[in-house]
Structures are given as structure tokens and as C-alpha cells.
Design a protein around this ligand. Structure first.
Ligand code: SAM
Length: 289
């Protein structure tokens, strides 16, 4: 069956694959100084945001990504009071981070205000916490903000960025990880969306090498399903600044005072389980010269 123009398609050249959704028309279209932002109405996934032709967030499955980019790292940290989100312009990760009462301050730094404008219009459910007094939303380049951040001023850094191309490329660089390591206090963690474990192993290897090069002591990858992203299987990689990564507060997960749709204690443990092919790859990345 040939797909007619109603279908919205992301071509994933590196995976030799494509992902399509049946659409009902485009409801937002903006070329910003940094990227092209489009929002579509779809038949079965609600609204779909695309940036530079790549699927970013849908109303239907965003909870998987936003919960896994926030809760595992926050429950792994002893006391996550000061959080920075680099990227995250759709505000979904911010919304989940602010569910944690122990979080005292969250600064979200996205390079492009147009992404948040589109989210406010078409994903209002993700922007519900934007006015929380603990939240600060800034629109500048994440690397500049991180370079200017005071040493040891953060507990958790969440890098909810686009892929390592265009404005997002710098967020996978040694300089950025070096700036993050300096800005994190003792026991600090960085967590970053790290693409598909099947077709983006080169990006993951790059991240491991650069995080090790920036003196992060322990690096783990967690796995979760994400239907709208290439291969439908995605990862987030966590780097521990100066300790072995441990789930310090996992016994608090079952008592959490807020709703989740995917994340719970079992999922937390399962997400860190390493598939055999990945366990072998990770070993080579951690022991490579
Ligand atoms: N979940 C998505 C993914 O995995 O592809 C990411 C969603 S979020 C919308 C990505 C955000 O990263 C965008 O809003 C984009 O503007 C932001 N971004 C890209 N490069 C950036 C940079 N150098 N500094 C700050 N934000 C950046």
C-alpha cells in the first residue's frame, strides 16, 4: 500500500528505516533561527511534534520518555534538590521532575523559545507546571549556560536534547561533559537521551568515551520502549560524577505521592538490566584505551 500525502514520515537514513503516522493535517509550522518546528494532528497518536523532520514528541507515547528521563536518575540520587534540564523545550520532562517534592529548584535551558511556544499551544498538558515557583525557563544555548554555571551548584543534570546534529551536536561533546562535571556537586548525576541501542551504537560509544574523558566515574544505560523513535527502542545514559551509580532511594519509589503511567520500582530495576549484546559493547567501551 503506497502512503499518500496524509501520512507523516520520518526517514531514518542511518537505520535504513522509516516511521509513518496517518495524519489529519499540520497545525503548526515555524522555521526558527535554529530549526524547523512542525506539529501535526494524527489519527492515533494525538498531536505529533517534529523538529527538522525528526519525530520529537507525541500526545500518545511521550509519558514513556519523560518518565524515564527523570525518575530513575532522581531516585538514584541521595538528595536531588537542584536540577538543570538542558533542552526539553516541550516541557514534558520538567513536568515530571516537578512531581518530586524534594526538588527545590529546576532550571530549564532550551536554545529555542519557539519549541516551548508550540508546546504551550499543542501540548498544554506538558506545560502545566511551567509556572511552578521552583521552575526557571531560560532560552539560551545549553553549553554556554553550563560553562557559566557555578562549580558544584547542581545535583542532577538532565540533557533532553535533539540528536547529535545541528544545535544539539555540542551537547554530546567533551567540552559540554567537562562543564557538567564541574557544575555537579559530590554525588551528582548527568542523564542524557542516548538514542537507539540497535542503530546508534556509534553515538553511544562516543558518549561513553566523552563521559569517561570528562572524569565521570560510572556510566550506565537504561532501556525503554518509544514507538515514535527509530527502532521503537530508546535509551538514556546516566553518568555518576564521583561514585558508583546506586539507586539510593529506590525504596521510596513505591511510596511516591504522584501518578506515573510507565515508571515504578520494577521498571526502575528492569531498565538497568543490560541486554547481552549491549553488556559486551559497554565492556569494550569502558576498557578501551
Ligand atoms: N525527546 C526528544 C528527542 O529525544 O529527540 C527531545 C525533545 S526536546 C524538544 C529537544 C530540545 O533540545 C529542543 O527543544 C531543542 O531546541 C533543544 N536543543 C537543541 N540543541 C540545544 C542546545 N545547544 N542548547 C539547548 N537546547 C538545545
Amino acid at each position: 500500500m503506497a502512503l499518500d500525502e496524509d501520512w507523516i514520515t520520518e526517514i531514518c537514513a542511518e537505520g535504513g528505516s522509516a516511521f509513518s503516522l496517518k495524519g489529519r493535517g499540520k497545525v503548526f509550522d515555524k522555521q526558527s533561527p535554529f530549526q524547523k518546528i512542525e506539529v501535526f494532528e494524527t489519527d492515533s497518536y494525538g498531536k505529533l511534534m517534529m523538529i527538522d523532520g525528526c519525530t520529537m514528541v507525541s500526545s500518545y507515547d511521550n509519558f514513556l520518555y519523560h518518565e524515564m528521563m527523570s525518575h530513575p536518575a532522581l531516585y538514584s540520587h541521595r538528595a536531588p534538590r537542584r536540577v538543570a534540564i538542558i533542552g526539553g523545550g516541550d516541557c514534558g520532562t520538567l513536568h515530571d521532575v516537578l512531581k518530586h517534592p524534594e526538588v527545590e529548584k529546576v532550571t530549564q535551558i532550551d536554545i529555542d523559545e519557539q519549541v516551548t511556544s508550540a508546546a504551550k499551544l499543542h501540548f498544554p498538558e506538558l506545560c502545566e507546571s511551567n509556572a511552578d515557583p521552583r521552575a526557571d525557563l531560560l532560552f539560551i544555548d545549553g553549553i554556554q549556560w553550563m560553562k557559566d554555571a557555578a562549580p558544584a551548584s547542581l545535583d542532577v543534570i538532565i540533557v533532553d536534547s535533539t540528536d547529535p546534529i545541528g544545535p544539539g551536536e555540542i551537547l554530546f561533546s567533551p567540552q559540554f561533559y567537562g562543564a557538567c562535571h564541574r557544575a555537579l556537586a559530590g554525588g551528582g548525576l548527568i542523564v542524557q537521551q542516548s538514542e537507539s541501542p540497535l542503530i546508534h551504537q556509534n553515538i553511544l560509544e562516543h558518549m561513553y568515551r566523552n563521559l569517561l574523558g570528562a572524569s565521570f566515574q560510572d556510566i550506565r544505560t537504561l532501556f525503554f520502549p518509544q514507538p515514535i523513535y527509530p527502532t521503537g527502542w530508546w535509551t538514556a545514559t546516566i553518568g555518576a560524577r564521583d561514585t558508583q551509580l546506586q539507586s539510593h532511594r529506590i525504596d521510596e519509589v513505591a511510596k511516591r505521592g504522584f501518578e506515573t503511567r510507565y515508571y515504578n520500582e520494577e521498571i526502575h530495576r528492569a531498565a538497568f538490566a543490560q541486554p547481552e549484546f549491549f553488556r559486551r559493547l559497554r565492556e569494550t567501551w569502558l576498557t578501551a584505551d
